[in-house]
Design a protein around this ligand. Structure first.
Ligand code: HPA
Length: 281
């Protein structure tokens, strides 16, 4: 972290640092959730920069989050992959948690794919399946908004309908079952009690401890956003199972081959989809 400079200056310092080492202009970026780190093995990797070498980036203390920026290509398309994110339960301020999104924007990224591990609230979900996030509920109640200006906030859902449709089509073509639904973000790091499971089941299909801050800021910055949750455990109040971070990371890593197939194909097709819907003035 660079002390004594404002956040915009810090963003510029990080952007210059990345540009010094890697010159392509990436239009697509991926944020990898818990246990999905092997995704980068499917890329042509040009460069790996540890977050510790990037001013303003925070390394995560959470299981399954490497803390590296991977610069590479899918075919000819340059992409950036954030391997690891921080969470509110790590005590990281919101502005720091969402800092990498500002850097991505400044580097030219216009489409962001955000992934996460999540508990399945919907009774029809199975562990190991995916859920395309079609909307979210922000229950990170103790946090202030990552938006610094309310005059340009989006309305409706922040998730891009065309990208969601595209990924659902890819899932069908590749025989990878995809659910769609609402994601609720909570602070954690504790998993839910039985009563909380009952409560959250009334409002959402999957629950996790991330995603919403980055998505909110990315939309504010005018990016198109697609969110994919890996259902790593089931939150069934009538058949309680103890969730634990190691198991969550293990199940997520087992889904990674299918995650990779979906996301690489999405990136290949992305150039055929139009521009991001503009933020409201
Ligand atoms: N609850 C909250 N966050 C999670 C869960 C869960 O059950 N599984 C993975 N992330």
């Amino acid at each position: 972290m660079t002390s004594g400079v404002d956040i915009q200056t810090e963003v510029e310092i990080a952007v210059n640092e990345i540009r010094k080492q890697w010159q392509p202009t990436p239009t697509v970026a991926v944020i990898l959730g818990t246990g999905l780190g092997a995704f980068v093995d499917g890329l042509n990797i040009d460069l790996v920069i540890p977050y510790s070498n990037l001013p303003g980036f925070c390394a995560s203390t959470a299981i399954g989050h490497a803390g590296e920026l991977v610069c590479g290509r899918v075919g000819e398309t340059p992409i950036l992959v954030l391997c690891g994110r921080t969470h509110s339960y790590e005590g990281v301020p919101l502005e720091r948690m969402t800092f990498p999104v500002k850097v991505l924007k400044q580097l030219g990224v216009s489409t962001l794919l955000v992934s996460c591990a999540a508990g399945g609230l919907s009774p029809s979900f199975q562990a190991g399946e995916f859920m395309v996030i079609d909307d979210h509920i922000d229950f990170l109640l103790q946090l202030k908004s990552p938006l610094t200006s309310y005059s340009r906030s989006f309305t409706s859902t922040p998730y891009d309908e065309e990208l969601n449709e595209l990924i659902c089509n890819i899932g069908r073509e590749q025989n990878i079952p995809l659910n769609s639904g609402t994601y609720v973000s909570v602070t954690g790091p504790n998993y839910e009690t039985r009563a909380e499971m009952r409560f959250y089941r009334r409002m959402a299909d999957a629950i996790g401890m991330s995603t919403v801050p980055e998505v909110t800021l990315a939309r504010q910055l005018g990016m198109r956003v697609c969110g994919l949750a890996t259902i790593t455990n089931l939150c069934n109040p009538d058949a309680l199972a103890i969730a634990d971070g190691e198991d969550v990371a293990k199940v997520a890593s087992q889904t990674e081959p299918n995650f990779r197939r979906l996301v690489l194909e999405l990136i290949r097709r992305i150039s055929n989809v139009g521009q991001a819907p503009a933020c409201l003035p």
